[in-house]
Design a protein around this ligand. Structure first.
Ligand code: ADP
Ligand code: G6P
Length: 473
Protein backbone atom coordinates (compact mmCIF):
# COMPACT_ATOMS: atom_id res chain seq x y z
CA UNK A 1 0.00 0.00 0.00
CA UNK A 2 1.41 3.43 -0.92
CA UNK A 3 2.17 5.31 2.28
CA UNK A 4 1.43 8.95 3.11
CA UNK A 5 -0.51 9.61 -0.09
CA UNK A 6 -4.05 10.56 0.91
CA UNK A 7 -5.02 14.19 1.65
CA UNK A 8 -8.34 13.08 3.08
CA UNK A 9 -8.66 10.09 5.41
CA UNK A 10 -11.58 8.92 7.45
CA UNK A 11 -11.47 6.40 10.28
CA UNK A 12 -14.51 4.56 11.59
CA UNK A 13 -14.78 1.25 13.43
CA UNK A 14 -16.40 -0.30 10.38
CA UNK A 15 -15.58 -0.04 6.71
CA UNK A 16 -18.62 0.82 4.56
CA UNK A 17 -18.73 -2.85 3.54
CA UNK A 18 -18.49 -6.02 5.62
CA UNK A 19 -16.82 -9.23 4.57
CA UNK A 20 -19.52 -11.87 5.06
CA UNK A 21 -18.96 -15.63 5.02
CA UNK A 22 -22.10 -17.49 3.97
CA UNK A 23 -23.14 -20.87 5.43
CA UNK A 24 -21.79 -22.67 2.34
CA UNK A 25 -18.36 -21.11 2.94
CA UNK A 26 -18.49 -18.62 0.07
CA UNK A 27 -17.73 -14.98 0.85
CA UNK A 28 -19.05 -11.62 -0.29
CA UNK A 29 -18.95 -7.91 0.64
CA UNK A 30 -22.18 -6.43 1.99
CA UNK A 31 -23.13 -2.90 3.05
CA UNK A 32 -22.34 -2.50 6.76
CA UNK A 33 -25.22 -1.82 9.15
CA UNK A 34 -26.11 1.46 10.83
CA UNK A 35 -26.56 5.18 10.29
CA UNK A 36 -22.85 6.05 10.29
CA UNK A 37 -22.28 4.04 7.14
CA UNK A 38 -25.51 5.28 5.49
CA UNK A 39 -24.38 8.88 5.95
CA UNK A 40 -20.63 8.57 5.37
CA UNK A 41 -20.94 6.26 2.38
CA UNK A 42 -22.82 8.95 0.48
CA UNK A 43 -20.35 11.65 1.56
CA UNK A 44 -17.31 9.59 0.52
CA UNK A 45 -18.65 8.03 -2.69
CA UNK A 46 -16.41 8.93 -5.63
CA UNK A 47 -13.92 10.92 -3.52
CA UNK A 48 -10.23 10.31 -3.76
CA UNK A 49 -9.74 9.42 -0.11
CA UNK A 50 -8.94 6.56 2.25
CA UNK A 51 -11.36 4.91 4.71
CA UNK A 52 -9.67 3.09 7.59
CA UNK A 53 -11.90 0.53 9.36
CA UNK A 54 -12.60 -3.06 10.37
CA UNK A 55 -13.93 -5.47 7.73
CA UNK A 56 -16.43 -7.06 10.14
CA UNK A 57 -14.93 -10.51 10.70
CA UNK A 58 -12.29 -11.50 13.25
CA UNK A 59 -8.80 -12.74 12.51
CA UNK A 60 -8.78 -11.68 8.87
CA UNK A 61 -6.97 -8.86 7.15
CA UNK A 62 -8.05 -8.41 3.59
CA UNK A 63 -5.59 -6.36 1.52
CA UNK A 64 -6.47 -2.67 1.03
CA UNK A 65 -8.54 -2.22 -2.11
CA UNK A 66 -10.03 0.61 -4.11
CA UNK A 67 -13.75 1.02 -4.62
CA UNK A 68 -14.71 3.87 -6.98
CA UNK A 69 -11.69 6.12 -6.09
CA UNK A 70 -12.06 5.34 -2.36
CA UNK A 71 -9.25 3.28 -0.83
CA UNK A 72 -10.59 0.91 1.83
CA UNK A 73 -7.95 0.04 4.42
CA UNK A 74 -8.95 -2.91 6.62
CA UNK A 75 -7.76 -2.84 10.24
CA UNK A 76 -7.44 -6.36 11.69
CA UNK A 77 -9.20 -7.35 14.93
CA UNK A 78 -8.51 -10.68 16.61
CA UNK A 79 -11.42 -12.72 17.95
CA UNK A 80 -10.38 -11.67 21.45
CA UNK A 81 -10.42 -7.99 20.41
CA UNK A 82 -13.87 -8.35 18.88
CA UNK A 83 -15.04 -9.63 22.27
CA UNK A 84 -13.19 -7.09 24.41
CA UNK A 85 -12.82 -3.90 22.34
CA UNK A 86 -15.96 -4.07 20.15
CA UNK A 87 -18.61 -6.09 22.01
CA UNK A 88 -17.16 -5.34 25.45
CA UNK A 89 -15.81 -1.83 25.88
CA UNK A 90 -17.54 -0.15 22.91
CA UNK A 91 -20.93 -1.79 23.18
CA UNK A 92 -21.25 -2.95 26.79
CA UNK A 93 -19.39 -0.13 28.60
CA UNK A 94 -19.62 3.01 26.44
CA UNK A 95 -22.91 2.40 24.56
CA UNK A 96 -25.06 2.09 27.75
CA UNK A 97 -23.34 5.06 29.43
CA UNK A 98 -23.80 7.24 26.33
CA UNK A 99 -27.49 6.20 26.07
CA UNK A 100 -28.77 7.12 29.54
CA UNK A 101 -27.95 3.69 31.08
CA UNK A 102 -31.12 2.15 29.61
CA UNK A 103 -29.34 -1.10 30.52
CA UNK A 104 -26.54 -1.19 33.10
CA UNK A 105 -23.00 -0.69 31.85
CA UNK A 106 -20.31 -3.30 32.51
CA UNK A 107 -16.73 -2.24 33.18
CA UNK A 108 -13.80 -4.61 32.81
CA UNK A 109 -10.19 -3.56 32.94
CA UNK A 110 -9.24 -6.04 30.22
CA UNK A 111 -11.82 -4.47 27.90
CA UNK A 112 -10.42 -0.99 28.54
CA UNK A 113 -6.90 -2.25 27.76
CA UNK A 114 -8.12 -3.75 24.47
CA UNK A 115 -9.85 -0.45 23.60
CA UNK A 116 -6.55 1.40 24.07
CA UNK A 117 -4.68 -1.17 22.01
CA UNK A 118 -7.12 -1.11 19.10
CA UNK A 119 -7.31 2.72 19.13
CA UNK A 120 -3.52 2.71 18.92
CA UNK A 121 -3.72 0.48 15.83
CA UNK A 122 -6.26 2.75 14.13
CA UNK A 123 -4.06 5.79 14.86
CA UNK A 124 -1.04 4.05 13.34
CA UNK A 125 -2.99 3.06 10.26
CA UNK A 126 -4.22 6.64 9.78
CA UNK A 127 -0.68 7.96 10.24
CA UNK A 128 0.48 5.52 7.59
CA UNK A 129 -1.95 6.60 4.84
CA UNK A 130 -2.31 10.35 5.52
CA UNK A 131 -0.25 12.68 3.31
CA UNK A 132 1.70 15.61 4.78
CA UNK A 133 -0.80 18.17 6.09
CA UNK A 134 -3.78 15.88 5.37
CA UNK A 135 -7.21 16.05 6.99
CA UNK A 136 -8.12 13.01 9.09
CA UNK A 137 -11.75 12.69 10.14
CA UNK A 138 -12.29 10.22 12.99
CA UNK A 139 -15.78 8.86 13.76
CA UNK A 140 -17.75 7.79 16.77
CA UNK A 141 -17.39 6.38 20.27
CA UNK A 142 -15.27 3.36 19.33
CA UNK A 143 -12.30 5.62 18.42
CA UNK A 144 -12.18 8.33 21.08
CA UNK A 145 -8.48 7.88 21.88
CA UNK A 146 -7.42 8.13 18.24
CA UNK A 147 -7.25 11.95 17.97
CA UNK A 148 -4.55 12.36 20.66
CA UNK A 149 -2.67 9.21 19.60
CA UNK A 150 -2.62 10.38 16.00
CA UNK A 151 -1.52 13.91 16.94
CA UNK A 152 1.49 12.42 18.67
CA UNK A 153 2.41 10.39 15.59
CA UNK A 154 1.55 13.08 13.05
CA UNK A 155 1.48 16.64 14.42
CA UNK A 156 1.23 17.93 10.83
CA UNK A 157 -2.31 16.63 10.11
CA UNK A 158 -5.60 18.35 10.85
CA UNK A 159 -7.83 16.11 12.97
CA UNK A 160 -11.60 16.14 13.28
CA UNK A 161 -13.86 13.83 15.30
CA UNK A 162 -17.61 13.42 15.01
CA UNK A 163 -19.82 11.64 17.51
CA UNK A 164 -22.76 9.87 15.88
CA UNK A 165 -24.34 9.01 19.23
CA UNK A 166 -25.30 11.22 22.21
CA UNK A 167 -22.62 12.54 24.58
CA UNK A 168 -23.87 11.88 28.12
CA UNK A 169 -24.28 14.29 31.02
CA UNK A 170 -21.18 14.39 33.23
CA UNK A 171 -23.07 12.59 36.03
CA UNK A 172 -23.20 9.49 33.78
CA UNK A 173 -19.95 10.02 31.88
CA UNK A 174 -18.17 10.34 35.23
CA UNK A 175 -18.91 6.66 35.96
CA UNK A 176 -16.40 5.58 33.33
CA UNK A 177 -13.13 4.50 34.89
CA UNK A 178 -11.34 5.81 31.75
CA UNK A 179 -13.15 9.17 31.75
CA UNK A 180 -10.03 11.36 31.84
CA UNK A 181 -8.24 9.34 29.17
CA UNK A 182 -11.26 9.66 26.89
CA UNK A 183 -11.51 13.42 27.30
CA UNK A 184 -7.77 13.79 26.75
CA UNK A 185 -7.98 11.49 23.75
CA UNK A 186 -10.72 13.61 22.17
CA UNK A 187 -8.90 16.86 22.90
CA UNK A 188 -6.18 15.70 20.51
CA UNK A 189 -8.54 16.78 17.71
CA UNK A 190 -8.83 20.30 16.26
CA UNK A 191 -12.60 20.22 16.07
CA UNK A 192 -15.15 17.98 17.80
CA UNK A 193 -18.59 17.64 16.24
CA UNK A 194 -21.73 16.50 18.08
CA UNK A 195 -25.31 15.84 17.03
CA UNK A 196 -27.15 18.21 19.40
CA UNK A 197 -26.05 21.43 21.15
CA UNK A 198 -26.75 19.57 24.45
CA UNK A 199 -24.17 16.91 23.53
CA UNK A 200 -21.48 19.55 22.95
CA UNK A 201 -22.45 21.24 26.23
CA UNK A 202 -22.18 17.92 28.08
CA UNK A 203 -18.68 17.48 26.68
CA UNK A 204 -17.59 21.00 27.64
CA UNK A 205 -18.95 20.51 31.15
CA UNK A 206 -17.10 17.19 31.48
CA UNK A 207 -13.84 18.93 30.48
CA UNK A 208 -14.37 21.57 33.17
CA UNK A 209 -15.39 19.16 35.91
CA UNK A 210 -13.12 16.22 35.26
CA UNK A 211 -10.02 17.88 33.75
CA UNK A 212 -10.31 21.28 35.40
CA UNK A 213 -10.10 22.74 31.88
CA UNK A 214 -11.12 26.33 31.13
CA UNK A 215 -13.73 26.87 28.46
CA UNK A 216 -14.82 30.03 26.72
CA UNK A 217 -18.00 29.71 24.68
CA UNK A 218 -17.57 26.45 22.78
CA UNK A 219 -13.74 26.41 22.95
CA UNK A 220 -11.70 24.39 25.47
CA UNK A 221 -8.18 25.38 26.52
CA UNK A 222 -6.40 22.04 26.53
CA UNK A 223 -4.73 21.72 29.95
CA UNK A 224 -0.91 21.80 29.99
CA UNK A 225 -0.67 22.84 26.32
CA UNK A 226 -1.18 26.00 24.31
CA UNK A 227 -3.84 24.32 22.17
CA UNK A 228 -7.53 25.15 21.94
CA UNK A 229 -10.27 22.86 20.68
CA UNK A 230 -13.76 23.77 19.57
CA UNK A 231 -16.75 21.51 20.37
CA UNK A 232 -20.02 22.29 18.58
CA UNK A 233 -23.13 20.65 17.19
CA UNK A 234 -23.41 19.79 13.49
CA UNK A 235 -26.47 17.51 13.12
CA UNK A 236 -25.99 14.73 10.57
CA UNK A 237 -28.42 13.95 7.75
CA UNK A 238 -29.08 11.78 4.70
CA UNK A 239 -28.52 11.95 0.95
CA UNK A 240 -32.02 13.39 0.50
CA UNK A 241 -31.75 14.00 -3.26
CA UNK A 242 -30.51 10.51 -4.08
CA UNK A 243 -33.04 8.79 -1.84
CA UNK A 244 -35.94 10.90 -3.10
CA UNK A 245 -35.09 10.02 -6.69
CA UNK A 246 -35.01 6.33 -5.79
CA UNK A 247 -38.33 6.55 -3.93
CA UNK A 248 -40.04 8.31 -6.84
CA UNK A 249 -38.80 5.77 -9.39
CA UNK A 250 -41.48 3.61 -11.00
CA UNK A 251 -40.12 0.24 -9.76
CA UNK A 252 -40.10 1.48 -6.14
CA UNK A 253 -43.59 3.00 -6.43
CA UNK A 254 -44.85 -0.22 -7.97
CA UNK A 255 -43.21 -2.28 -5.22
CA UNK A 256 -44.86 -0.05 -2.59
CA UNK A 257 -48.29 -0.79 -4.08
CA UNK A 258 -47.44 -4.47 -4.10
CA UNK A 259 -46.37 -4.38 -0.44
CA UNK A 260 -49.71 -2.87 0.55
CA UNK A 261 -51.51 -5.55 -1.40
CA UNK A 262 -49.45 -8.29 0.21
CA UNK A 263 -50.37 -6.85 3.59
CA UNK A 264 -54.05 -7.25 2.65
CA UNK A 265 -54.70 -3.62 1.65
CA UNK A 266 -55.32 -2.39 5.19
CA UNK A 267 -56.55 1.15 5.77
CA UNK A 268 -53.46 1.99 7.83
CA UNK A 269 -49.93 0.61 7.58
CA UNK A 270 -47.70 1.43 10.55
CA UNK A 271 -43.95 0.95 10.12
CA UNK A 272 -40.93 0.64 12.43
CA UNK A 273 -37.36 0.33 11.10
CA UNK A 274 -34.53 -0.12 13.58
CA UNK A 275 -31.43 -2.05 14.39
CA UNK A 276 -32.61 -4.48 17.06
CA UNK A 277 -31.25 -2.28 19.85
CA UNK A 278 -32.70 -1.56 23.32
CA UNK A 279 -32.20 2.18 22.72
CA UNK A 280 -34.83 2.16 19.95
CA UNK A 281 -37.92 1.76 22.17
CA UNK A 282 -39.24 -1.23 20.19
CA UNK A 283 -40.77 -2.82 23.30
CA UNK A 284 -42.56 0.41 24.21
CA UNK A 285 -43.87 0.70 20.66
CA UNK A 286 -45.19 -2.89 20.64
CA UNK A 287 -46.81 -2.38 24.03
CA UNK A 288 -48.61 0.77 22.85
CA UNK A 289 -49.78 -1.02 19.68
CA UNK A 290 -50.97 -4.07 21.60
CA UNK A 291 -52.94 -1.92 24.05
CA UNK A 292 -54.58 0.04 21.22
CA UNK A 293 -55.79 -3.29 19.78
CA UNK A 294 -56.87 -4.53 23.21
CA UNK A 295 -58.76 -1.30 23.95
CA UNK A 296 -60.51 -1.53 20.58
CA UNK A 297 -59.15 1.86 19.50
CA UNK A 298 -57.48 0.06 16.59
CA UNK A 299 -58.82 -2.98 14.77
CA UNK A 300 -56.64 -5.69 13.25
CA UNK A 301 -59.13 -5.74 10.37
CA UNK A 302 -57.88 -2.45 9.01
CA UNK A 303 -54.48 -1.77 10.57
CA UNK A 304 -51.16 -3.59 10.58
CA UNK A 305 -47.64 -2.97 11.80
CA UNK A 306 -44.51 -3.83 9.84
CA UNK A 307 -41.47 -3.98 12.11
CA UNK A 308 -38.09 -4.24 10.40
CA UNK A 309 -35.49 -5.10 13.03
CA UNK A 310 -32.04 -5.60 11.63
CA UNK A 311 -29.77 -8.01 13.52
CA UNK A 312 -27.25 -6.22 15.72
CA UNK A 313 -24.49 -7.12 18.22
CA UNK A 314 -26.01 -10.53 18.76
CA UNK A 315 -23.35 -11.84 21.13
CA UNK A 316 -23.96 -9.06 23.68
CA UNK A 317 -26.35 -10.30 26.38
CA UNK A 318 -28.67 -7.25 26.47
CA UNK A 319 -29.21 -7.58 22.70
CA UNK A 320 -29.95 -11.29 22.98
CA UNK A 321 -32.52 -10.65 25.70
CA UNK A 322 -34.14 -7.87 23.69
CA UNK A 323 -34.48 -10.13 20.67
CA UNK A 324 -36.19 -12.81 22.74
CA UNK A 325 -38.60 -10.32 24.30
CA UNK A 326 -39.48 -8.68 20.99
CA UNK A 327 -40.02 -11.99 19.24
CA UNK A 328 -42.17 -13.27 22.10
CA UNK A 329 -44.32 -10.13 22.07
CA UNK A 330 -44.74 -10.21 18.29
CA UNK A 331 -45.84 -13.84 18.56
CA UNK A 332 -48.35 -13.11 21.28
CA UNK A 333 -49.85 -10.06 19.50
CA UNK A 334 -50.22 -12.09 16.32
CA UNK A 335 -51.70 -15.01 18.24
CA UNK A 336 -54.28 -12.76 19.85
CA UNK A 337 -55.26 -10.46 16.97
CA UNK A 338 -54.18 -11.60 13.48
CA UNK A 339 -57.10 -12.33 11.18
CA UNK A 340 -56.85 -15.58 9.22
CA UNK A 341 -54.64 -15.02 6.19
CA UNK A 342 -52.74 -11.97 7.48
CA UNK A 343 -50.42 -11.11 10.33
CA UNK A 344 -51.10 -8.02 12.40
CA UNK A 345 -47.39 -7.57 13.09
CA UNK A 346 -45.09 -8.43 10.19
CA UNK A 347 -41.68 -8.90 11.79
CA UNK A 348 -38.63 -8.86 9.50
CA UNK A 349 -35.34 -9.69 11.21
CA UNK A 350 -32.94 -9.16 8.31
CA UNK A 351 -31.34 -6.61 6.02
CA UNK A 352 -32.92 -5.32 2.83
CA UNK A 353 -31.62 -3.51 -0.25
CA UNK A 354 -32.14 0.28 -0.39
CA UNK A 355 -34.91 -0.13 -2.98
CA UNK A 356 -36.96 -2.32 -0.65
CA UNK A 357 -36.45 0.06 2.28
CA UNK A 358 -37.58 2.98 0.11
CA UNK A 359 -40.68 1.01 -0.99
CA UNK A 360 -41.55 0.30 2.65
CA UNK A 361 -41.32 4.01 3.49
CA UNK A 362 -43.53 4.86 0.50
CA UNK A 363 -46.05 2.21 1.56
CA UNK A 364 -46.34 3.27 5.22
CA UNK A 365 -49.03 5.68 6.41
CA UNK A 366 -47.45 6.18 9.81
CA UNK A 367 -43.78 5.82 10.73
CA UNK A 368 -43.06 4.99 14.37
CA UNK A 369 -39.67 6.27 15.58
CA UNK A 370 -39.77 5.84 19.35
CA UNK A 371 -36.21 5.58 20.77
CA UNK A 372 -35.55 6.08 24.46
CA UNK A 373 -32.34 7.81 23.35
CA UNK A 374 -30.81 8.19 19.88
CA UNK A 375 -27.98 10.41 18.63
CA UNK A 376 -29.93 11.44 15.51
CA UNK A 377 -32.09 8.69 13.90
CA UNK A 378 -31.74 8.74 10.15
CA UNK A 379 -34.78 6.51 9.65
CA UNK A 380 -37.02 9.48 10.54
CA UNK A 381 -35.33 11.58 7.86
CA UNK A 382 -35.52 8.75 5.32
CA UNK A 383 -39.25 8.32 5.84
CA UNK A 384 -40.18 11.97 5.33
CA UNK A 385 -37.95 12.09 2.25
CA UNK A 386 -39.50 9.02 0.60
CA UNK A 387 -43.16 9.33 1.50
CA UNK A 388 -45.40 11.53 -0.62
CA UNK A 389 -48.79 12.78 0.45
CA UNK A 390 -50.53 12.39 3.78
CA UNK A 391 -48.11 10.32 5.85
CA UNK A 392 -47.23 10.92 9.49
CA UNK A 393 -44.10 10.64 11.60
CA UNK A 394 -44.43 9.74 15.27
CA UNK A 395 -41.10 10.84 16.75
CA UNK A 396 -39.55 10.45 20.17
CA UNK A 397 -38.40 13.63 21.90
CA UNK A 398 -35.25 11.73 22.85
CA UNK A 399 -33.80 11.61 19.34
CA UNK A 400 -31.43 14.16 17.83
CA UNK A 401 -33.88 14.36 14.90
CA UNK A 402 -36.54 15.85 17.21
CA UNK A 403 -34.48 19.06 17.30
CA UNK A 404 -35.08 19.52 13.57
CA UNK A 405 -38.24 17.64 12.57
CA UNK A 406 -40.59 19.92 14.49
CA UNK A 407 -43.71 19.02 12.45
CA UNK A 408 -43.66 15.40 13.61
CA UNK A 409 -46.11 13.96 16.15
CA UNK A 410 -43.78 14.24 19.15
CA UNK A 411 -43.92 11.71 21.92
CA UNK A 412 -42.29 10.61 25.16
CA UNK A 413 -42.10 6.83 24.65
CA UNK A 414 -41.82 6.17 28.41
CA UNK A 415 -45.37 7.45 28.71
CA UNK A 416 -47.30 4.58 27.11
CA UNK A 417 -50.60 6.48 27.38
CA UNK A 418 -49.06 9.45 25.61
CA UNK A 419 -47.49 7.22 22.96
CA UNK A 420 -50.86 5.59 22.26
CA UNK A 421 -52.41 9.03 21.87
CA UNK A 422 -49.62 10.17 19.52
CA UNK A 423 -50.21 7.10 17.32
CA UNK A 424 -53.96 7.79 17.27
CA UNK A 425 -53.35 11.48 16.45
CA UNK A 426 -51.05 10.47 13.61
CA UNK A 427 -53.74 8.15 12.21
CA UNK A 428 -56.73 10.46 12.76
CA UNK A 429 -55.40 13.90 11.83
CA UNK A 430 -57.13 15.02 8.61
CA UNK A 431 -55.26 14.20 5.41
CA UNK A 432 -54.73 17.80 4.41
CA UNK A 433 -53.00 18.64 7.67
CA UNK A 434 -50.86 15.49 7.50
CA UNK A 435 -49.80 16.31 3.94
CA UNK A 436 -48.90 19.85 5.04
CA UNK A 437 -46.74 18.58 7.89
CA UNK A 438 -45.03 15.99 5.71
CA UNK A 439 -44.16 18.60 3.11
CA UNK A 440 -42.59 20.85 5.75
CA UNK A 441 -40.59 17.90 7.10
CA UNK A 442 -39.43 16.86 3.63
CA UNK A 443 -38.27 20.40 2.85
CA UNK A 444 -36.41 20.60 6.14
CA UNK A 445 -34.40 17.47 5.31
CA UNK A 446 -33.88 18.46 1.66
CA UNK A 447 -32.34 21.78 2.76
CA UNK A 448 -30.23 20.17 5.47
CA UNK A 449 -28.96 17.08 3.69
CA UNK A 450 -25.80 15.09 4.33
CA UNK A 451 -23.78 17.00 1.74
CA UNK A 452 -24.63 20.24 3.58
CA UNK A 453 -23.65 18.54 6.87
CA UNK A 454 -20.25 17.41 5.53
CA UNK A 455 -19.50 20.86 4.07
CA UNK A 456 -20.44 22.56 7.34
CA UNK A 457 -18.37 20.10 9.36
CA UNK A 458 -15.28 20.37 7.17
CA UNK A 459 -15.50 24.18 7.06
CA UNK A 460 -15.60 24.21 10.88
CA UNK A 461 -12.62 21.85 10.97
CA UNK A 462 -10.63 24.09 8.60
CA UNK A 463 -11.52 27.17 10.66
CA UNK A 464 -10.80 25.55 14.03
CA UNK A 465 -8.36 27.41 16.27
CA UNK A 466 -4.86 25.96 16.28
CA UNK A 467 -3.02 28.05 18.83
CA UNK A 468 -4.31 30.88 21.01
CA UNK A 469 -4.56 34.16 19.15
CA UNK A 470 -1.57 36.33 20.02
CA UNK A 471 -2.53 38.75 22.79
CA UNK A 472 -2.83 42.27 21.50
CA UNK A 473 -0.37 44.68 23.03
P1 ADP B 1 -28.50 3.50 13.85
O1 ADP B 1 -27.36 4.24 13.28
O2 ADP B 1 -28.55 3.54 15.34
O3 ADP B 1 -28.64 2.11 13.34
P2 ADP B 1 -30.21 5.25 12.21
O4 ADP B 1 -31.70 5.35 12.18
O5 ADP B 1 -29.51 6.56 12.33
O6 ADP B 1 -29.85 4.26 13.40
O7 ADP B 1 -29.68 4.56 10.89
C1 ADP B 1 -30.08 3.28 10.51
C2 ADP B 1 -29.77 3.08 9.03
O8 ADP B 1 -29.82 1.68 8.75
C3 ADP B 1 -30.76 3.75 8.12
O9 ADP B 1 -30.10 4.23 6.98
C4 ADP B 1 -31.72 2.61 7.75
O10 ADP B 1 -32.34 2.76 6.49
C5 ADP B 1 -30.78 1.44 7.72
N1 ADP B 1 -31.47 0.17 8.04
C6 ADP B 1 -32.10 -0.15 9.20
N2 ADP B 1 -32.59 -1.40 9.16
C7 ADP B 1 -32.28 -1.88 7.93
C8 ADP B 1 -32.51 -3.14 7.28
N3 ADP B 1 -33.15 -4.13 7.89
N4 ADP B 1 -32.04 -3.29 6.03
C9 ADP B 1 -31.38 -2.28 5.41
N5 ADP B 1 -31.12 -1.09 5.98
C10 ADP B 1 -31.57 -0.89 7.23
C1 G6P C 1 -24.60 3.21 15.15
C2 G6P C 1 -23.20 3.65 15.56
C3 G6P C 1 -22.18 3.19 14.53
C4 G6P C 1 -22.33 1.70 14.29
C5 G6P C 1 -23.76 1.34 13.91
C6 G6P C 1 -23.98 -0.14 13.72
O1 G6P C 1 -24.93 3.88 13.98
O2 G6P C 1 -23.17 5.06 15.71
O3 G6P C 1 -20.87 3.49 14.96
O4 G6P C 1 -21.46 1.29 13.26
O5 G6P C 1 -24.63 1.80 14.93
O6 G6P C 1 -23.53 -0.86 14.81
P1 G6P C 1 -22.36 -1.96 14.70
O7 G6P C 1 -22.01 -2.24 16.12
O8 G6P C 1 -22.98 -3.10 13.98
O9 G6P C 1 -21.25 -1.33 13.93
Amino acid sequence: MPSRTYDFVIAANRLPVDRVVRDDGTEEWQTSPGGLVTAMESVMRGRSAAWVGWAGIPDETPEPFTDDELLLVPVPLSLDEVTSYYEGYSNDSLWPIYHDVIVPATFRRSWAAAYEQVNERFAQQCAEVAAEGATVWVHDYQLQLVPALLRELRPDVRIGWFNHIPFPPVELFGQLPMRREILTGLLGADFLGFQRPADAENFLRACRRLLGARTKGDVVDVPHTDRRVRAASVPISIDAGGLRELAMSEPVQERAREIREQLGNPRTVLLGVDRLDYTKGIRHRLKAFEELLRDGRLSADDVCLVQVASPSRERVEAYRELREQVERTVGSVNGAYSPIGHTTVTYLHRSFPREEMAALYVAADVMLVTPLRDGMNLVAKEYVTCHDGPGALVLSEFTGAAGQLRQAFMTNPHDIGGLKQAIMDAIETPEKERARRMKALRNQVAKNDVQHWAETYLAALRAAPEKPAPTES
